[in-house]
Design a protein around this ligand. Structure first.
Ligand SMILES: Cc1cc2nc3c(=O)[nH]c(=O)nc-3n(C[C@H](O)[C@H](O)[C@H](O)COP(=O)(O)OP(=O)(O)OC[C@H]3O[C@@H](n4cnc5c(N)ncnc54)[C@H](O)[C@@H]3O)c2cc1C
Length: 415
């Protein structure tokens, strides 16, 4: 078997498959290595929203205060499991420093531009590659069940409008008129018409097939365990299925990225933010427009003939155990604002690890002391949305082209 290529991409999630795609389109010989199956990581069970309007980063003024009342409660939207972990501690210090007006104002246009550029690429890919992933552009509603919540939402909407995002404020009745699946609990909503949605699993696995057809070698059930290095220069990777060689190597391993970079003595401040989803057969009343119940931080999306509730953020390291209390809190948070939810049938519970940076921006860069090793990680709540543009930017970086969007604010050395 030929185990030599121009570029190895590690990680078969939305970021990895899109990176392999845009590299293959530029005629690089690519090997995509995935420890499980394509789309078995965080890209599998997410809320499937493609959302340029989600430009508010997690670290924002007021978040620390709000989080303090939540963080040790089992059923809260944010949970931190106390751990003696120096990396996590220093991550939180950086996170706290980012919860200010100035860093947030810097991050909003960056996330907006990444989101908008990616949405255009989703459209292009859906047409050019004949991908079938139930892609729809029906916007996104953020719905509020309390007047206090709605007041906060209005402030957020004003800020997003100042940054050129198309958001409008709806009364409870207007929200129900637009989306009849919402019940009378909803007192108002913010609607963004430019957002879209579509099955993340079908998109990522579909792209897995597309890249194979473009000549990418896809190695699944193959776990990268270490580096092959000669005089400070990595020339390949060790895996449980033997060695693979390449001139350049991209780490698109989501939350697992720091495991490999630490072997090179490089610290990458990415922490896993665990989230849950619950997916069931589509009931008779099911929203056509995806929405987020703001107070509960739960997203609700109809994907084909299934309905998904998704949410919560838990910092507990690389732990993939399912916590029943947190799963129930998602179901409760969605049911509170949905019209007549029936008993769910054919339910699948899932959790995944969002790769989170302390400032809410991804890292798309080459490693400072290892110019043939590249990072594309830290996409947090937006890794499905930002998959295509991240792949395109990485291919441009490796091809030494001027990137379509500036990479300056996405560099590792900002930490
Ligand atoms: C509940 C929830 C809801 C979400 N909703 C949305 C949403 O609506 N919209 C949105 O844009 N984003 C959403 N996200 C975030 C999004 O899912 C992630 O940001 C995105 O999946 C990250 O993609 P990735 O490719 O970086 O990582 P992953 O999908 O995790 O892929 C990384 C891959 O690397 C592989 N890997 C790791 N280590 C190794 C190794 N040593 N060797 C080989 N392979 C390895 C893993 O198996 C994995 O498949 C949500 C996340 C959660 C948890």
């Amino acid at each position: 078997m030929e185990r030599r290529s121009d570029v190895i991409v590690i990680g078969g999630g939305s970021v990895g498959v899109c990176t392999a795609y845009y590299l293959a389109k530029k005629n690089f010989q690519v090997t995509l290595i995935e420890k499980g199956q394509i789309c078995s990581g965080c890209s599998y069970g997410n809320a499937c929203m493609i959302v340029p309007s989600h430009a508010m980063p997690i670290p924002a003024p007021g978040v620390i205060k709000k989080s303090l009342k939540w963080i040790f409660k089992e059923d809260s939207p944010l949970l931190i499991r106390p751990q003696l972990d120096r990396q996590l501690f220093s991550w939180f210090l950086r996170f706290a420093a980012s919860c200010r007006e100035k860093p947030m104002a810097k991050t909003i246009p960056i996330l907006r531009d990444l989101g908008r550029a990616s949405l255009l690429l989703f459209r292009e890919l859906a047409a050019a590659e004949d991908l079938s992933f139930d892609f729809k552009q029906r916007g996104l509603m953020t719905v509020y069940s309390s007047t206090a919540g709605l007041e906060e939402g209005k402030e957020e909407a004003e800020l997003l409008s100042k940054h050129g995002l198309s958001v409008s404020l709806l009364t409870g009745d207007e929200a129900r008129e637009l989306e009849p699946a919402l019940n009378n609990t909803v007192v108002g909503a913010i609607y963004s018409d430019e957002d879209a949605h579509g099955s993340s699993f079908q998109f990522v696995t579909g792209m897995g097939t597309v890249v194979k057809n473009l000549g990418v070698t896809v190695e699944t059930d193959t776990e990268v365990t270490g580096w092959l290095i000669d005089r400070q220069t990595p020339f390949g990777v060790k895996t449980n299925r033997g060695d693979f060689y390449a001139k350049e190597i991209v780490l698109a391993m989501g939350s697992w990225t720091p495991i490999l970079t630490s072997q090179l003595g490089v610290r990458v401040p990415v922490q896993a933010g665990k989230g849950y989803s619950m997916t069931m057969d589509r009931p008779s009343i099911s929203p056509e427009i995806p929405f987020i119940h703001a107070e509960r931080k739960v997203g609700v999306t109809t994907i084909g003939n299934r309905l998904r509730f998704a949410g919560t953020m838990e910092f507990a390291g690389l732990d993939l155990s399912l916590n029943k209390t947190r799963m129930k809190s998602i179901q409760k948070g969605a049911a509170e604002v949905l019209s007549g939810p029936e008993d769910p049938s054919n339910v699948e519970y899932w959790c995944g690890l969002r790769p989170c940076t302390p400032d809410g921006r991804p890292i798309i860069d080459r490693l400072p002391n290892y110019p043939n090793i590249y990072l594309s990680t830290g996409h947090a709540m937006l890794g499905y949305t930002h998959g295509p543009i991240s792949g395109k930017l990485m291919a441009e970086l490796i091809n030494r082209e001027t990137p379509s969007l500036s990479l300056e604010a996405l560099k590792l050395n900002r930490f």
